[in-house]
Design a protein around this ligand. Structure first.
Ligand code: KG4
Ligand code: ZN
Length: 381
């Protein structure tokens, strides 16, 4: 089954064609990151304007690349050319009939309907509905948070269920028990800021550039690690010892703010202390995520742990998971994490999720839902 996935929940405009939920035939992504870097964050209106402009070219390119004209394969987290690619004629040369050729093998369209920014979601949802209507294809509405988990089906041997999944994105931190496809139980989540948000907000407090804080903190933390210096700043590990599976990261942000103010007062806020703080921020966030996830794995007695979401691109988090799992010699766990380009937002996991949770809905019944949770339209607790 070939599914065209469409994803526009935040600032990206993405389209992919995925075969049988596992094989990426095309993976196209347009981002307005330059604009958001200039404005110091995603301004929803700006993101949606760019998405309106790029959605049709992005979908068109995904269809072309999935066809014999410009096809390529996704291998080991990289694109590798399958056929000689010639997209110099893209996108204007094709007559309308060519679209019929490009879409004739597509079995269904999958689209993110929430959560996300309303203006951005509307671009993807309304485009997908229009295409489904015009091409007479089934359409599958997809929950972006559940879909993140399906990046784990795209590169390696498919994970065995049941599993525990940790979804750590920019706006959400959720631990779920995935009994089977479509059968999800909520275990715990953040009570305030998400892990990604904690990275983004503390990066801003440190004055780091780039609108995504995670990679910026990770880069500074790596510089500190290379020096092999002793850490002098200690930050809290929020809710680490609580007897539940919830998280809270807003206290961490306040603690960082206090440290920054203190360092500034003492004229010690410099590149060295920024690196040190970055290292400790990354340690604090990853310590809590690893500890609670492994406790959940044991409590639910599963053997599979799936990591997903933009923060899963963090190498220190992945390493910490692997090291902690290696130490659990009496409890073997199969740990899955997608390669970094598949952790952050893209449309390939949207299409993969639709394959494993194939529930088409009449296009008239689909609408964007910005406040959707991982458990659907209802509250998680
Ligand atoms: O899943 P995602 O791409 O978008 C949402 O659905 O929100 O996640 C974006 C989040 C941002 O908060 C970003 O700072 C974080 O993922 N992120 C990272 C890394 N790459 C992206 N956090 C830590 N380390 C990274 N390497
Ligand atoms: Zn996401």
């Amino acid at each position: 089954m070939l599914i065209l996935g469409i994803e526009t929940s935040c600032d990206e405009t993405a389209a992919s064609v995925v075969k049988d939920g596992r094989e990426i035939l095309s993976h196209v992504l347009a981002t307005s990151v330059d604009i958001h870097t200039r404005t110091g964050g995603v301004i929803p209106e700006n993101a949606a304007r760019e998405q309106v402009k790029s959605i049709i070219p992005v979908v068109h390119e995904a269809l072309i690349k999935a066809s014999d004209v410009g096809g390529w394969k996704w291998e080991n987290g990289q694109r590798s050319e399958k056929l000689e690619k010639n997209t110099s004629h893209f996108p204007f040369q094709y007559p309308a009939s060519h679209i019929q050729l490009l879409t004739s093998n597509i079995d269904a369209i999958a689209v993110t309907y929430g959560p996300g920014l309303i203006g951005s979601l509307l671009v993807g949802v309304e485009t997908a509905k229009t295409l489904a209507f015009a091409w007479n294809k089934p359409i599958v509405p997809i929950n972006h948070l559940i879909a993140h988990i399906y990046a784990n089906w795209l590169e390696q041997e498919p994970p065995e269920l049941p599993a525990v999944a940790l979804v750590v994105s920019g706006g959400h931190t959720d631990l779920v028990y995935l009994m089977d496809h479509g059968d999800i139980k909520y275990i715990g989540g953040t009570r305030d800021d998400a892990a990604g948000e904690a990275f983004d907000k503390t990066a801003r407090l440190l004055g780091l550039k780039g609108f995504m804080g995670g990679p910026a903190i990770a880069a500074e933390a790596a510089k500190f690690k290379m020096q092999n210096a002793k850490i002098k700043i200690k930050l809290p590990r929020p809710m680490l010892d609580n007897n539940n599976f919830d998280f809270s990261f807003s206290g961490l942000k306040t603690a960082v703010l206090r440290e920054v103010e203190e360092l500034k007062r003492n004229q010690q806020f410099n590149k060295i202390t920024i690196q040190q703080l970055s290292f400790e921020i990354q340690e604090a966030i990853t310590d809590v995520l690893v500890d609670k996830s492994l406790k959940a794995v044991k409590k639910y007695g599963v053997k599979t742990l799936l990591l997903a979401g933009g923060v899963a691109a963090n190498q220190q988090l992945t390493e910490k998971f692997k090291n902690s799992i290696n130490q659990l010699t009496d409890y073997p766990i199969n740990f899955f994490v997608p390669s970094p380009p598949l952790c952050t937002d893209n449309a390939s996991y949207i299409a993969a999720c639709a394959h494993y949770n194939y529930q088409p809905v009449p296009w008239q019944k689909i609408s964007a839902n910005p406040s959707l949770t991982i458990m659907g339209a209802q509250e998680t607790n």
